[in-house]
Design a protein around this ligand. Structure first.
Ligand code: SAH
Ligand code: SF4
Ligand code: F3S
Length: 440
């Protein structure tokens, strides 16, 4: 096989969580800063697959994607870089099974340009080191961004839920320094962001040496001129401190939305998952949040079919959903991940048909509550941040404070915040009519 030539065009394709999307944006900026031009997957000289390892199907995708790239029709096979969590967990294994050019882990991608030039000489370039957040200092300044931007403030995870690969692929829990986050937030706002979502696997564990806590960071970001909305995700129940809960009442730019994964409603399963919260302690947190911010939209993550989950334990998850009435949720069938403790739990294996049935029932309950939450916003007036064009001419789509998609016909531009009356509520989205331009 010929040695790949130095690439002039690139394409970054990201899978998985929002943090991975953020990493993909940063890699694209990094390659752009080297003088390379962004292109599409069909023709780019270099394709970066920024992968996710969270469930088995996410990993399988990587192999089929590599196969497709090697046999693409529009251009010869590109230089292939495997980045992200699969690179961290299985990069060397992939390189043994098939020819790829670069393997770069989620904590090492600031070295991507160097690895690409190394690979251009025909050898596999591999970097899966985990230098404690060194990458942020080595990345270029933020330039062009969308109205709603991501900002990673916390990396890694120390929680070691027994089913989860993240502590292994992303390393130990670590907070970025306060000042670098504020700087990046300002650069994002200068580049056109109106909304920033603070990201971390356990974003609410963010802290610094002064004990500022995520709520203190949010209060500081709220003072940035031009930043209209702040969100954060994903939070762990055990790190949901009083200050953060109070911020939902006190900080106007903090949007009324909380994603707080619970995974299951049975205490026995939660313990087997090493979640370190109980059903009751979780429900009490939501009560406190709702007490200070009654309109808050709540969302969760759920896993069905964890090893040993009985019918009655699954019913406990359904009854928790009935009790909470989530505005949105994400739900998954349990997928054994190599190297995690749960993958060794072979007792009480839940058959595929039972998993399917449980997921269907759980998703029906979630859809029912989401439709009810959307219906309750009918007739309300709220601000919508316009983010992208709709299908119809003159139509734009934006987000309500509660993170619902809102469609409207408007003369306003993408990036505007407009005041809208909700005139239609569908199970998955809303339609609105502009009432007046909100103060810019
Ligand atoms: N740090 C976040 C997100 C973790 S990954 C958190 O603690 O919630 C996102 C979701 O994927 C998890 O909340 C969980 O619901 C799901 N997930 C993780 N590992 C999984 C596995 N092995 N099988 C099925 N779902 C899984
Ligand atoms: Fe995974 Fe648990 Fe950490 Fe979330 S808290 S990333 S589910 S180990
Ligand atoms: Fe996937 Fe890694 Fe995110 S495993 S969910 S890309 S942290």
């Amino acid at each position: 096989m010929n040695a790949p030539k130095s690439p002039k065009t690139f394409h970054v394709k990201s899978y998985g969580c929002q943090m991975n999307v953020y990493d993909g944006e940063r890699m694209a900026e990094l390659l752009g800063a080297q003088g390379m031009t962004a292109s599409d997957a069909a023709t780019a000289d270099l394709v970066v697959l920024n992968t996710c390892h969270i469930r088995e199907r996410a990993t399988e995708k990587v192999y089929s994607e590599i196969g497709r790239l090697k046999h693409r029709e529009e251009a010869p096979a590109p230089m292939i870089a495997v980045a992200g969590c699969v690179a961290q967990a299985e990069g060397e294994e992939i390189a043994r099974r098939t020819k790829i050019d670069v393997v770069v882990g989620p904590q090492a991608y600031h070295n991507l340009p160097e690895l690409v030039s190394q690979a251009a000489s025909g050898t596999l370039a591999l970097d899966t080191d985990m230098p404690a957040i060194a990458k942020f200092g080595a990345l270029p300044k933020r330039r062009k961004v969308s109205p709603s931007a991501f900002l990673t403030v916390q990396e890694g995870c120390d929680k070691f839920c027994t089913y989860c690969v993240v502590p292994y692929t992303r390393g130990a829990e670590i907070s970025r320094p306060f000042a670098t986050i504020v700087d990046e937030a300002k650069a994002l706002v200068d580049a056109g962001a109106k909304e920033i979502t603070l990201l971390g696997q356990n974003v609410n564990a963010w802290d610094d040496e002064n004990g500022t806590g995520l709520h203190g960071l949010i209060v500081a970001l709220d003072k940035i001129d031009g930043l209209k909305r702040i969100r954060y995700t994903t939070s762990h129940p055990n790190d949901m401190r009083e200050g953060l809960i109070r911020a939902h009442a006190e900080v106007e730019s903090l949007m009324p939305y909380l994603h707080l994964p619970v995974q299951a409603g049975s205490d026995r399963i939660l313990k087997a998952m090493n979640r370190s919260h109980t059903r009751d302690s979780y429900l009490r947190i939501l009560e406190r949040v709702r007490a200070v911010r009654p309109d808050i939209a709540l969302s969760g993550d759920f896993i069905v079919g964890f090893p040993g989950e009985t019918d009655a334990e699954f019913e406990d998850t359904l009854s928790l959903i009935d009790e909470v009435r989530y505005a949105a949720s994400f739900s998954f069938k349990y997928s054994p991940r190599p190297g995690t403790p749960a993958a060794e739990m072979t007792d009480g294996f839940v058959p595929a048909a039972v998993m399917d049935e449980r997921l269907k029932r759980l998703q029906a309950a979630i859809a029912r509550d989401q439709a009810a939450f959307n219906a309750a916003t009918l007739g309300k007036t709220c601000e919508v941040l316009l983010e992208r064009p709709g299908k119809l001419p003159g139509q734009l789509i934006g987000k309500s404070p509660w993170l619902q998609s809102v469609h409207l016909m408007t003369d306003a531009k993408i990036g505007d915040l407009v005041e809208v009356e909700i005139v239609r509520a569908d199970p998955n989205s809303l339609a609105g009519v502009e009432t007046a331009k909100a103060a810019a």
